[in-house]
Design a binder for this molecule. Structure first.
Ligand SMILES: Cc1cn([C@H]2C[C@H](O)[C@@H](COP(=O)(O)OP(=O)(O)O[C@H]3O[C@H](C)C(=O)[C@H](O)[C@H]3O)O2)c(=O)[nH]c1=O
Length: 183
């Protein structure tokens, strides 16, 4: 497994060691010991899977403490533009956006720490699969609207398909005001 730092504390891209033979290929999609040796220690308690047709944007979502979730995210099929926004007030990269392409052709993954707002756009029809370090807790769910002017994220899709719930998420500024975060 190759780990690539991103410049955001705790946010790392991961590239598994893929073993190919005449049948196809094999790789360890998750290994707690390998993660621990890499300094990544989460007790993942819930795995989620979603399917998105090309052009969908899901997010930006996060759960507030004490239900905040670290996520280990990847695609099983297809390709997405994955986005993580650092919403940790004490972080030197607070309010900064990190984007990376997750592609089932190379099986890369992203470890998103607690305190990040997370979303993705489906660049192709895609099955998205991720491990969470805390259970789903709807009352603590929040997020930021996908087309927020301050974050100004290029999702790399035209006229995205967005859920009714996501279409009314707060802006970045409204989020700061709602949760009394100085910026
Ligand atoms: C997240 C979640 C949702 N649900 C139910 C709630 C709704 O009835 C349905 C769809 O939920 P939602 O529209 O929030 O699903 P996504 O838009 O894919 O949300 C996820 O997508 C972005 C990219 C994330 O990073 C979050 O982990 C997660 O919020 O599944 C559950 O039953 N359990 C869960 O853990």
């Amino acid at each position: 497994m190759i780990i690539k730092e991103t410049g955001f504390e705790g946010l790392v891209e991961m590239y598994p060691k893929i073993i190919e033979d005449e049948r196809g290929f094999f790789f360890e999609a998750y290994n707690e010991e390998a993660f621990r040796k890499a300094g990544i220690q989460y007790d993942f308690v819930q795995d989620n899977q979603s399917f998105s047709i090309k052009g969908v944007v899901r997010g930006l979502h996060m759960q507030l403490a004490p239900f905040s979730q670290a996520k280990f995210v990847k695609v099983m099929t297809g390709k997405v533009c994955d986005v993580a926004v650092d919403m940790r007030p004490a972080s030197k990269t607070f309010g900064k956006v990190y984007k990376c392409i997750l592609d089932s052709k190379i099986n890369n993954a992203l470890l998103v720490p607690e305190g990040f707002a997370h979303g993705f756009s489906a660049l192709e029809d895609a099955v998205f699969y991720y491990k969470c370090s805390n259970f789903y807790h709807k009352p603590s769910e929040t997020g930021i609207i996908w087309n927020d002017k301050t974050l100004n994220i290029d999702w790399e899709v035209e006229n995205p398909i967005v859920s009714e719930k996501d279409a009314i998420l707060p802006t970045f500024e409204e989020f700061l005001e709602k949760y009394e975060i100085a910026y």
